[in-house]
Design a protein around this ligand. Structure first.
Ligand code: GDP
Length: 328
C-alpha cells in the first residue's frame, strides 16, 4: 500500500512515465521473444514463413487475439515481400507501423466535459481494481486542483466500503457510504445530493462487481445510470470499465455485458505490471470498441498512467528507444 508521500502530485511525476511504467507489461520488450525472432531471422536470412509463424505465436501469446494476430502477421508478410530490407529491425518497424495503423482507427477517449459536476462510474467484476482505481483517479483530480467526492456504492463485496474509506482518509476527501448490503442506488442518490450541495467538481462512484446474480447487477447499474442522469444533467459523464490485464482474453466476454448494460465509455486496464500480455489492448479495441483511457501499473496511488496509443505501439517493440526517451 502507499505512504503519505504518495499523496503528492501524481500528474507531475508522470512525465515520460508511460514507457518506464508499462514496458514490463508489454510482450515485445521481453528479450526472450526478441531473441527468438532475431535468431529465426538470422537462420532464414530474412523474413520467411518460419519467422512469421513465430511472430504470430508471440502475438497470440501476448493476448492480441487470434484474428488480430493473423491480420497483423498477414500485413507484415505483404510488406516484407515487397521490401528490400528483411532484418529484425525492419520486421519491428513493419509491425510497429501496422499496430499504429490499427490503433489510429481505434476510438479516442473524450474525457473532460465542461459539466460543473463531473460524474464518473467505475464498473467491472470483483477484484478488477475498481476501488483502487477510484482512489487513483481521486488523487489525479486533486492534483489537478479539483474537489472530489467518493461514493461507496459497492455495498456487496465485504470490505469494499472500508477500503474506499481508508483511501479517502489518506487522500483527505469525503466519502458517502451506507452500511454493507445497502441499496447501491440509495448510496448514489445521497452522493449526488451531497456533491450538488457542496459544489463538488468530481464525483467518483465505486460500483459493485457482483450482487446476488449477474442479471440483478446489470439491472442495478442501469437503474443507477438513470438516477444519475435524472439528478445531474448528462451524468454519468463517463463510465470506466475496469479490466484486469492478468485475466487475459477470458475477461473480455464478461466485459461485453458491462459495455451493453452499464454503457461503458472507456476502459481502465489494471495490473499491466503483473502481465506479460499487453497485447490485450488491441483485443479490447477490436472486441469492445472502447478506448483504453488509463492503465494501472501497481497498487500505489500514483500507479495510474493515461494511455497513449502511439507510445504504446513504440513501447511494444522498441525497448532501447523507449529507454533512451525515458532517460532524456
Ligand atoms: P475491486 O474489487 O474491483 O474494487 O478491486 P480492488 O480495487 O479491491 O483491487 C483488487 C486488488 O488488485 C487489490 O489488491 C489492489 O491493490 C490490486 N490492484 C488494483 N490495481 C492494480 C494494478 O494496477 N496493479 C497491481 N499490481 N495491483 C492492482
Amino acid at each position: 500500500m502507499s505512504s503519505d508521500s504518495e499523496k503528492t502530485a501524481p500528474v507531475a511525476r508522470e512525465r515520460g512515465g508511460f514507457f518506464a511504467k508499462v514496458k514490463r507489461g508489454l510482450f515485445m520488450t521481453h528479450t526472450e521473444v526478441l531473441e527468438k525472432l532475431s535468431s529465426a531471422v538470422k537462420k532464414s536470412l530474412g523474413i520467411d514463413e518460419s519467422v512469421l509463424e513465430l511472430l504470430e505465436e508471440a502475438l497470440v501469446a501476448a493476448d492480441v487475439g487470434a484474428e488480430t494476430a493473423s491480420a497483423l502477421t498477414d500485413a507484415v508478410r505483404t510488406r516484407a515481400n515487397g521490401s528490400e530490407r528483411k532484418d529484425l529491425a525492419a520486421l519491428r518497424t513493419m509491425l510497429r507501423e501496422e499496430i499504429e495503423n490499427l490503433l489510429a482507427s481505434a476510438p479516442r477517449p473524450d474525457r473532460r466535459t465542461e459539466a460543473p459536476l463531473l460524474v464518473t462510474f467505475l464498473v467491472g467484476v470483483n477484484g478488477s481494481g475498481k476501488t483502487t482505481t477510484a482512489a487513483k483517479l481521486a488523487a489525479r483530480e486533486i492534483a489537478a486542483g479539483r474537489s472530489v467526492l467518493l461514493a461507496a456504492a459497492d455495498t456487496f463485496r465485504a470490505g469494499a466500503i472500508d477500503q474506499l474509506q481508508t483511501w479517502a482518509d489518506r487522500l483527505d476527501v469525503g466519502v458517502v457510504r451506507h452500511r454493507e448490503g445497502a441499496d447501491p442506488s440509495a448510496v448514489l442518490y445521497d452522493a449526488l445530493s451531497a456533491a450538488k450541495a457542496r459544489g463538488t467538481q468530481t464525483l467518483l462512484v465505486d460500483t459493485a462487481g457482483r450482487l446476488h446474480t449477474k442479471k440483478n447487477l446489470m439491472e442495478e447499474l442501469s437503474k443507477m445510470r438513470r438516477i444519475a442522469g435524472r439528478e445531474v444533467p448528462g451524468a454519468p459523464h463517463e463510465t470506466l470499465l475496469v479490466l484486469d490485464a492478468t485475466t487475459g482474453l477470458n475477461g473480455l466476454s464478461q466485459a461485453r455485458r458491462f459495455v451493453e448494460a452499464a454503457g461503458a465509455t472507456g476502459v481502465v486496464l489494471t495490473k499491466l505490471d503483473g502481465s506479460a500480455r499487453g497485447g490485450i489492448v488491441l483485443a479490447i479495441y477490436r472486441e469492445l470498441k472502447l478506448p483504453v483511457v488509463f492503465v494501472g501499473v501497481g497498487e500505489a496511488v500514483d500507479d495510474l498512467v493515461p494511455f497513449d496509443p502511439s507510445e504504446y505501439a513504440r513501447a511494444l517493440l522498441d525497448d532501447e528507444g523507449a529507454e533512451a526517451r525515458v532517460q532524456s
